[in-house]
Design a binder for this molecule. Structure first.
Ligand code: ARG
Length: 585
């Protein structure tokens, strides 16, 4: 469906033209004085200079042209030259009914949609998943869903950090603890055991120990470095050990992300890109982009228009080691070969801005992507505690994601037990859904680039601009619908008979604008802002209007039709944010 605001703008633009003025002056916006009108056009003010006329004269001339327009019930020209517009009720009803008749509520797909890779999550294997990776997962999942909704073929890739020093640290530590294992015997030629020599909890204990040890013990640090080097150069025993580490941690990661309702299409990682490094380096060198600097191979990427210094991108260190950027460039080669995407989006915190800027420039210059392939880094701020510092456990440590989710869920369980609305058997599932909404909405409702404060009380409140408030609205609507004895699907919307109903219908018409802006700007916060407005309007409506006790069947059916559409819009939107509503709460 056409966006309502565009339809209105078309009408008003035509009227400007018919009155002898430039059609471009007819741009209409939502009113910033909702007490006076619903929409406004300020074109007459801009036209005054062009046509050497008083703006009110222009406004009046345009108003006259709109006198018979069926779309509006009132157009006023007010001093100094505003056009105040009110929509015709029948037209509004037709528009909202057409939304209801469409499975996508009138939202059109992007005709230019293509293949989009969303690189998000980005956990480092064998290190526990902590809340530092939470924002990437939450925002990335939402952006991926929004892109898919607009018709793109989206491929979410977790891009595991699975090839770094942490692997060498674990190998060195296991070797110290169990030197008799065959992985450490260079003479061993048989089959390595199928069973990993550690469980996930042991692995999670091993890594921090090894990491701490390497900081105090230079000799151990060297062994870990050597093990990393040997692993990356094909040591058979270390590779077998690496596979154990991968299997054990990936199983755990899958469980954790499932728990967050975050799902990846591809579980590729840094290790998968390694075999593309030589090819990538050849291309960069053949283009004459690489230069030697103190024994390292680097690509200068500074451009004249830069206002700050952008240091060269280092591809190979003087000792032959490759780096984060090397892997990311090789991954681009791999992705172009496997998926040929039109766009790649990366989600990490803002501290990695420079890294992305550097390797994106190399990728473009070297032609690793096509000239019109879009490479976007979506950087986000930190999740802070109430003290304004990055969120920590009470003891000051890094909080594990699992623990965080459990804490929120427990908090919610206590709360819904108090309300006594949910049966004991549905408690766990309901609490989980509410907890997810608190966590995800709390995050997504902020502009991604900004830091925000994680506030459990505020995020899980059932009132205010929160996820649970949105769920509560959906649950209330579902309860109203379940009490209706007629056929919800057959109910027919009538023109609004009160201000609350009219307001709710007007907010509903804005769904497509809201989703489209969120899509164009990769900004889920715009969906949050929209559904909050919608939920507020819905609450006002069902508080004001007695739906189930309405004696007039046609009126009642109309209210029901409106409630059901509101529910559908809200449920579609929260699905794009990555959470869902329970039946009761
Ligand atoms: N593993 C990285 C980290 O923890 C994030 C990976 C992001 N993706 C990428 N292609 N660089 O910082």
């Amino acid at each position: 469906m056409k966006i309502l605001l565009d339809l209105i703008t078309e009408q008003v633009s035509d009227a400007f033209e018919a009155a002898g003025f430039d059609a471009k002056l007819g741009k209409v916006t939502l009113s910033n004085r909702p007490d006076l009108c619903e929409y406004q056009c300020n074109g007459a003010l801009a036209g005054a200079k062009l046509y050497h006329k008083a703006p009110i004269q222009i406004a009046n001339a345009v108003k006259e042209q709109l006198a018979d327009c069926k779309m509006f019930s009132g157009v006023e020209a007010v001093n100094p030259g505003f056009l105040n517009i009110r929509l015709d009720s029948d037209f509004l009803t037709e528009y909202v009914s057409a939304m209801a008749a469409d499975a996508r509520m009138g939202c059109e797909q992007d005709p230019d949609a293509g293949t989009v890779i969303v690189d998000y999550g980005g956990p480092n294997v064998a290190k526990p998943l902590h809340i530092g990776h939470l924002r990437s997962a939450i925002i990335g999942e939402s952006i991926k869903r929004i892109y898919a909704y607009f018709g793109n073929h989206t491929i979410g890739d977790i891009h595991l950090g699975d090839w770094g020093l942490q692997m060498g640290l674990i190998i060195a530590e296991v070797q110290e603890r169990q030197p008799e294992l065959p992985y450490f015997d260079p003479a061993f030629t048989g089959e390595y055991p199928a069973e990993a020599p550690f469980t996930i909890s042991e692995l999670e204990e091993i890594y921090p120990k090894a990491s701490a040890k390497s900081k105090e013990n230079a000799e151990f640090a060297k062994r870990a470095h050597d093990a990393t080097y040997e692993l990356q150069n094909g040591n058979r025993g270390y590779l077998a050990m690496w596979q154990h580490i991968m299997r054990v941690s990936v199983a755990d990661l899958k469980k954790n992300y499932d728990n967050l309702n975050v799902h990846f299409e591809q579980w590729l990682g840094e290790s998968d890109a390694q075999s593309f490094i030589p090819q990538m380096l050849d291309t960069v060198k053949a283009k004459g982009l690489a230069v030697e600097s103190d024994g390292a191979l680097v690509v200068p990427v500074q451009e004249e228009s830069d206002t700050k210094e952008i240091p060269p991108c280092i591809l190979v260190k003087s000792d032959g080691a490759t780096l984060y950027a090397t892997t990311d460039l090789a991954t681009i080669v791999q992705r172009m070969q496997d998926f040929h995407p039109q766009r790649m989006m990366y989600l990490t915190d803002n501290r990695q801005n420079l890294h992305f800027e550097q390797f994106f420039r190399v990728a473009k210059k070297a032609g690793l992507v096509e000239p019109d392939t879009r490479l976007d880094h979506i950087g986000f701020g930190t999740m802070n505690g109430k003290d304004g510092k990055p969120f920590k456990t009470r003891a000051g440590g890094v909080m594990r994601l699992e623990v965080l989710i459990q804490e929120i869920t427990d908090y919610v369980i206590a709360k819904i037990r108090e309300n006594q609305t949910v049966e004991e058997s549905a408690l766990a599932d309901t609490a989980k859904k509410i907890a997810m909404s608190a966590l995800k909405y709390g995050d997504l409702s902020n502009l991604a680039t900004k830091d925000y404060v994680f506030d459990l009380d505020r995020f899980s409140a059932f009132e205010g601009n929160t996820g649970p408030y949105i769920l509560y609205t959906i649950v209330r609507i579902k309860s109203i619908l379940s009490k209706y004895t007629g056929d919800v699907a057959a109910s027919k919307l009538l023109p609004p008979d009160g201000q609350e109903q009219r307001e709710l219908m007007l907010v509903l018409t804005r769904m497509q604008d809201a989703l489209l802006s969120a899509y164009r700007e990769s900004a889920p916060n715009l969906i949050c802002a929209y559904i909050y407005e919608l939920a507020v309007a819905a609450n006002k409506f069902y508080h004001d209007v007695k739906i189930i006790s309405e004696p007039d069947a046609a009126k009642q059916g109309s209210y029901i039709a409106l409630m059901d559409l509101t529910r559908r819009v809200l449920e579609q939107c929260i699905d794009l944010l990555g959470f869902e509503a329970p039946d009761k709460m």
